[in-house]
Design a protein. Structure first.
Length: 210
């Protein structure tokens, strides 16, 4: 059992180390996304900096990491192996040893994990995120609300099963912790909002080879 736990943890963490945003920015834009914008390797910074297509590729890659980490765990040890593998993928994404411990905020990778371990809740999360982004134009608020929604939904779906709820709390804490600087800017009313017209212009220039 210990060997399987180690294999799941290592596999999940190493999968998380694959920084999709960094790979996309270097291959398409010939720069490191962590040196641009918010300095994050996540989907939102790619969206603001490079436009829609690179951000969608980044999103799918980051979701896939969490899902694969969970599926490896599910294969080796069942449900709780899936949760461990996915959690380690999130940790690997946030603090990747292969990229100097500078990664993203783990929201997309967490979604991949949740789609495997709690698929009904997982399908609801992007809808929640999209609604909040539409209302606020602020991805950090949407991410924190989505993480909170996951926690509340887990409490309802697994009421009385404290191990499930404790796991949801861990995911929520990681999401809030990685957004701590965003929370300060939200409090001070200085948080960056998504400018979709600007993003569309960036995308158009990229499509035209500008």
């Amino acid at each position: 059992m210990i060997i399987k736990l180690v294999v799941i943890a290592l596999a999940g963490y190493l999968l998380g180390n694959i920084q999709t945003g960094v790979l996309v920015s270097k291959s398409i834009g010939n720069f490191d996304i962590r040196h641009k914008g918010s300095k994050s390797a996540g989907t939102t910074n790619v969206l603001r900096t490079m436009g829609w297509v690179p951000s969608v590729i980044t999103l799918l890659g980051d979701v896939l990491k969490g899902a694969l980490g969970s599926l490896i765990g599910l294969w080796l040890m069942g449900e709780w192996g899936a949760r461990l593998g996915g959690l380690m993928a999130v940790i690997g994404h946030n603090w990747p040893v292969l990229f100097g411990f500078k990664g993203g905020k783990g929201i997309a990778t967490s979604l991949g994990l949740i789609l495997v371990t709690d698929p009904i809740i997982g399908v609801m999360l992007p809808v929640c995120q999209a609604i909040v982004v539409k209302l606020t134009h602020t991805m950090s608020i949407a991410s924190i609300v989505s993480a909170t929604f996951y926690l509340i939904a887990s409490v309802i779906a697994h009421f009385g099963a404290w191990n499930y709820i404790a796991f949801a709390v861990i995911i929520w804490v990681l999401a809030v912790y990685t957004h701590r600087e965003n929370l300060v800017r939200i409090r001070d009313k200085k948080e960056h909002k998504l400018d979709f017209e600007e993003i569309n212009e960036i995308s158009k220039k990229k499509n035209q080879g500008g």
